[in-house]
Structure formats: structure tokens, C-alpha cells
Ligand binder design. Sequence first.
Ligand code: G4P
Length: 534
Amino acid sequence: MTAPSQSHNNSNPAALEREINRRRTFAIISHPDAGKTTMTEKLLLYGGAIQEAGSVTAKEGRSHTKSDWMSIEQQRGISISSSALTFEYRGKHVNLLDTPGHQDFSEDTYRTLTAADSALMVLDAARGVQSQTEKLFAVCRNRGIPILTFVNKLDRPALDAFELVAQVEETLKITAVPLTWPIGDGPDFKGVYDLLTNQVLTFDRTSGGKHRAPVHTAGLDDPKLDELVGPDLANKLREDVELIQGAMPAFDADTFLKGELTPVFFGSAINNFGVEHFLSHFVDLAPPPGPVDTNLGERDPDAPFAGFIFKLQANMSRAHRDRTAYMRVMSGHFERGMDVTHTRTGRKLRLSQAHTLFAQDREKVEEAFPGDIVGLVNPGVFQIGDVVSVDGKVTLPGFPRFTPETFATITLRDVGKRKAFMKGLTQLAEEGVVQVFYPTDGARDPYLGAVGPLQFEVFQARLQEEYGVDVDMHVTSYGLVRWLAGDPTNVARFARHVEDDQGRPVMLFRSKYDLEYTAEQHPEIEFLPLPKDL
Ligand code: G4P
């Protein structure tokens, strides 16, 4: 294939516009166990991307797992890697960014959220808003992306639906407007009422939720409703709807798009209750890709091609032991083999090794549009937050970075493996699995920094599995890192023999008190939670 020249980029503006408008790129946020994996699976089932529920989760006893390349995931039943899953639904091209649920991976999740245009918040109906939901919600809120809510597990005893809605409003400080309403809960869960179309959707429990659920509808005043759900639940529903219509604000699309209002749906992902119904509303409500804030101002999606790297991953699958950089297209028409400039280094690159990712399979991608995620083979060029574009000068100043809060030292068991160890350390640090700090006297092994301790275990397991290197880890009593800034002579005089992987001087502290004390003693030094040039 010959490389398209830059002048061909966006050569068909009408087609580009059409493709932009039908893109829906979103991520699911939730507290672990609320049902994100199940919801993902069911959305893919209804989106036709998989034939049978159960083929994407990493749970025991299911045949094809998306992440069986990493046994630690299976042991813990958690998904550690983010991937992008794509399907077509009613003419819309949906990209679902799969984010890890465990709190120690929030760093990765936060970065993935920078690539989403909207988010689906999944809540457990018995637990409501939980701590991890709050944190992830805050990230979406900061980015101003619209958030939809799905209250899951209505087949189990649930909190009162009015209470759940009030909890979302009070805890998250967002207007919550139910678009569906549950009919019963627990063993009595009968389905949901659609407040926009005034339809009742009842669902049959199907065996293991493996088939598309049948849907029956009837109006609220239809006596058939009493037959379907029983007179008690039918009357309760009529009362509830009256209360909702009298007391709750109406849904307003503009407020939703500003991220100030969340539409609330109810269902039970495992039983397929409400999932397809949610999806059909989602593709209408969720926005297509919009402009992105860059150093050059807002970049519209129909501008010439630009994309940013939001995630790196080494050794994605046993079949392809290489490094992948996940790029989100932010503007223009991406074509495989196109020539771009990598802003950070100024290097010209030809993007010929591009693929999409679905579970373990990859397919070559010939073209992509704003909102799409493309996997690029990364020969060590890309870092998280990097931009490539046809015009070459674009950067993303607001890309989120994180300050490690826990630190470990590592020692190599077999010194003969030093070379493989250094390779693993560099590649996994580049991915953001951990951050590495080196003692400058060269005498000791490096410190690893992480936001949560599970990151260390993942690092250790991956070093062993992917690089054949065994290390011992010792969590230290350090709890803070600060980058040193100020007059270079002062910094050089003060620097305490530790630097980050780019050679910037840092200092590790055991407590906030230690930091404050040192800062007081050394007003000539700035102690920064992130390097100054980020
Ligand atoms: P997560 O990714 O957010 O961590 O949650 P996941 O989908 O793995 O769901 C957590 C648990 O909740 C799973 O049970 C799952 O089957 C169950 N679950 C998900 N949706 C529903 C629902 O609508 N109703 C009910 N009753 N349960 C639901 P598990 O026992 O941990 O795993 P598994 O053995 O069932 O796979």
C-alpha cells in the first residue's frame, strides 16, 4: 500500500462529518463488583459484537477470555488492562473503552477517561454510590463529559429507587433524572417503565442471561399492566410515576451534555433486564466527539488528522509480544500508512503498523475517525500524552499525571538477569505500571512508586511472566515524592541522591510532616507533586 500524502487527508469533508456524527466513544465507571464486566458483555451482546454472553469476561469456567494472558487477572477475577471494544448499533459506531475496576489501577482508568466522550456510571442497586464511583465520577466531572447512570442488580433486594436517585444527587452533586423506573426489586423485579415513551417493558428471566430477552410493552393505563406485573406493583408504579412527574425535573439534553445532569436507567445486567433499552437511549443521547483543548486552542474533530496516546501496553498477547500504544483519534481522517509528526520529538513517523483490538484478536485498521481507538505498534517512541498529527505542533497540556503514594525497593534474585530486568523495568515503567526512581549514587536498586500497592504485585508478576525475572519487593515507609525545582545551583546543592527516570531530581518523604518541615527549612527549593515540565 502506498502512503497517502497529507493533501489527501480529510479529502471528503462530508464523509468525515458523517463518520464523526455517528461515533459514540464512552467508558464505564463503577465501584468493583457493581457489574461493569457484566454490563460490558451484555452491551457487546446486544451490539452484535459477540454471539454469546460470557465470551469477554475473565472469570473462571468461561471459554474465551479477553485477558487470559495474565494469570494474575484470573486469580483475582479483576481486569487489569484497558482495551477498546467496538460495535455498530442502529447506525452508530460505538467504541467502549474498557477500564480496570480495581482501585489500584485508577491511574490507568483516569487516563483512559481522557479518551472518552461520555461515561456510563454503573451502580449496585443495593449499595448506591460507593467510594470508587465517587473518585471516577470526579474525573469525568472535571473533564465536563456527560455521564449516564445505570442502576444494576434490581433482581436483588435494592434500595428504594427514590433513595438511589437522591443519593446520586446529594453525593455527586449532579441533577439525576430517571428515564426508566423499576417495577419491583429482588424476586419481584418485573422490569422497567420508560418515562419518555410511557411504555412498560417486562422481561423474562432467561437461562443464565445467554439469549436476547423478549420484550413486551403496554401503556401505563392499560389493564394488561396489572396482568403483567400484578395489581400491587402496577399501582405502586402508577403512584411512583405521578410523584416523579410532579416532583422531579424533566430531562434536559443541554444540561446533560454539559455534564450537569445524569439520566438514570434501571435494570439487571446479568439477566439482560434493561440493557438493550439503555443502549438504544444511549446512542441517541450520548454526544459524538467534540473539540479537544490543545496548546493551539480548541481543535475541532474535522480539523486535519491528530491523535493522542492515552495508554501503552507491553506484551499484549502471547501471539504478539510487542508494545502497543493506544491512540485516540481526536481530529481528521486516519489512514494506515499516513505520515505524521510526533510533536514531542519532532520526528516524522509513518503509521503503518495500526490495528484495532478486540479481546486477543487484532485486525489491521485501514482507516479511523475521531473517537476511534487505534493500536499502534510502539517501538519505544511513544509516551503517554504524546500527540501525532499531520501539522506537527499539537500538544495536550491538560493530560492527567499522578503522584505516587507508595514506594517499594526491589532486589534482583539472579544478578545474571540484569539485562532482562532493566528491559522489563524500562518497558513497564513506560506503560505506567509503576514509576521508577533511581538512587544517583548507583549503589542501590531503584525505588518503585505506585498509586496503590497492587500495582507492585502486577509489576512483579509481569516481570516474572513476560521477562523471566524474579525480584523481591519490600514496601518502604516512604509515602510522598516531590520533584525539586528552583535555582539550579540551589537544587544541585540540596538534591538528595534520587532522580526520576528522566534524570530529574526528586526527594522521597515519609510523611506530610517531614515534607512540610523540610520545605520550611529550605524556602529556596520548590517541592512539586509533579515535574515542572509536565
Ligand atoms: P465488576 O466488573 O464491576 O467488578 O462486576 P462484575 O460484572 O464482575 O459483577 C460482579 C458480580 O455481580 C458478579 O458475580 C456478577 O455475576 C454479578 N452481577 C452482575 N450483574 C448482576 C445483576 O444484574 N444481578 C445480580 N444478581 N448479579 C449481578 P460474581 O459471583 O462475582 O461472579 P460470577 O461468578 O457470577 O461471574
